[in-house]
Design a binder for this molecule. Structure first.
Ligand code: GLN
Length: 202
């Protein structure tokens, strides 16, 4: 593969931030809005935003089946926050008509951290992604991973406070997700990790 092209699902959410981060990691980025846009991409990012709106728009644009086909076919995918919800096989506290792409054998709870800690930042260790150096993780009305299937690797957990131990980053094969938003920080390590996955898919 020469320079990979990574698509960012551009129905709603912080598409621009992900595209800027990907370009800073040395790959090309492309907006994915209609099924044909998936043909030219080597990987897919599902951004942060509002998963219920993304679900509505994906239904309206006929995107769910093409997206599922991409992920089921081994296409590398990374979702942040709302993107994590979109890549989960099962969700809790979703809207009744809300759909997901799936790909991760996990149960994800929307808006899980609750009102008191609606948005917060925390230092996390994610050894596979970032070695020993902690990452500053930004959570905004974030989901968490309530349970994982046997094939899922936990990449990071909350480390302190009442939610210590909560799973906030996961990977299963070529699909990965974070509850937090590296795309709005200056820390490129999560995107660099995903770019390595795109260059050498499992
Ligand atoms: N709460 C949002 C949702 O349910 C996710 C928030 C985010 O992406 N920052 O989709």
């Amino acid at each position: 593969m020469t320079t990979p092209v990574i698509g960012v699902l551009a129905l709603q959410g912080d598409v621009r931030e992900h595209r800027a981060m990907l370009e800073a990691c040395g790959v090309r980025s492309a907006a994915v809005r209609i099924p044909a846009d998936l043909a030219g991409v080597d990987g897919l990012v599902v951004p942060g935003g509002e998963s219920t709106t993304m679900s509505n728009l994906a239904i309206a644009f006929g995107m769910f089946e093409p997206l599922r086909t991409f992920v089921r076919g081994g296409g590398p995918a990374y979702g942040s926050c709302a993107g994590m919800i979109m890549l989960a096989d099962r969700i809790l506290d979703g809207r009744p008509d809300q759909q997901t792409i799936g790909g991760l054998d996990v149960v994800v709870r929307r808006n899980a951290f609750g009102r008191q800690v609606d948005s917060f930042e925390a230092d996390l260790h994610a050894p596979r992604i970032a070695g020993d150096e902690p990452m500053r993780a930004v959570f905004i009305r974030a989901p968490w991973v309530e349970s994982v299937g046997p094939e899922v690797e936990v990449l990071a957990r909350v480390e302190g406070g009442p939610q210590a131990g909560t799973i906030v980053a996961v990977q299963q094969g070529n699909v990965m997700a974070t509850s937090f938003h590296p795309e709005i920080t200056s820390d490129r390590r999560v995107h660099e990790y995903f770019v390595r996955l795109v260059r050498s898919p499992q």
